[in-house]
Design a protein around this ligand. Sequence first.
Ligand code: GLC
Length: 431
Amino acid sequence: MKNKAKEILLKNWRDGFTIPCDKLYPFQWLWDSGFIAIGFAHFDMPKAQKEIETLLNAQWENGFIPHIVFHTESDTYFPGPEFHRADLHPQSSAKYSSTGMTQPPVTGFVLEEIYNIAKNKAEALKFIESQIDKVYFNHEYFYNNRDVNNEGLVYIYHNWESGTDNSPIWDDVWKTMNPPDYKFERRDTSLVDAAERPSKREYDHYLHIIEIAKKYNYSDEKIAENSPFLVQDPLFNSVLIKSNESLITLYQLLGGNQDKIDQLKHWTKKGKSTLNSKLYNEALKAYVHYDLVNDRQIEYASSSSFTPIFAGVPSKERAADLMGTMLDKFGGEEFYLCASFDPTHKKFDPKRYWRGPVWINLNWMLYKGFKNYGYSDLAKRIKKDSIELVEKAGFFEYFDCRKENYNNEVEGCGGANFSWSAALILDLLNE
Ligand code: GLC
């Protein structure tokens, strides 16, 4: 299994970065790259480092890091660079074309993972020293531009920024919008089963928000004033907080930088506090998303609801409640953990993208989080389920969570030979 995982990563490696999956995702994606680097760190440290270096090379002059870096041309992907037009932003990268949106900021904690995995710590630290300020600059970008209420939480302005692209959570926002019926040619549905991908109408919403951002040349200020989609996402903010803490640890190892350490501590404290007061839903006993435009919580439980545990956000009592919610709603004997959306809810769809299936990257974060809080049985189950799914179905992009489907010939969902599934299973196996 480990060899197969390494083989996939090496096959998906291009010149200086790794694609998530052949044909379906032919460029460099932000959070994919981070998880991929963790996998490479176990057997090819130069590639792990190069992956991150390439990603950070695409950073804009304002600290922003785009969610896709288009290193090459490809006719298998829509919407490509000519649709996104990131160059409209005056500080976008002169070196690379990219999108004008971002993704969960994993780079900080990935640097710490690389350090922990490295056998040669001095060499790893040298690499980290060469990159860490770029990551800090990225966090500064977030807190200066996307924390509109100055409360330690940042917003995302597009569902693709969340990483959980077509979660039912966004349905509530779509209800407030009425985008045009765009004419465009999708490429994804000719590569994988359309029943596992978002619908045409969902795509209209996705494109519409980009059109609005483009109209304002991707100005953060204007987006915050005009976008119909401004959401505080518990997953995104937990990843940012986790990365803050990793940066603190790494700056301490490097020595000096006290001003940055103090600032990171300040952001972290404030972020944790507001996540707990604003994004926790007492009735669901879970963290939820917050719609800033309509000033309300979006009341659904999803795998994102548990991610604050990865960042040390909940108190011990609240962590116990989160475990209860996971076991009650997601943890029935008939299911593998952890469905991406509440299996007891009518919007649950076990095969469609982020509307139900299991994703290995979410499982990896939840495993680490519950383990850190001392819930070793639950953590072990998440780890075992992840490995078993890949054993039975292969290194797919995502997986139907219903165990009954794995009795005969089975396939995973979405793209095959998927890089982060390979990288993170490798990490779990190497523990
Ligand atoms: C899908 C996922 C997103 C991921 C991308 C590349 O769009 O929703 O999270 O980064 O594929 O793998």
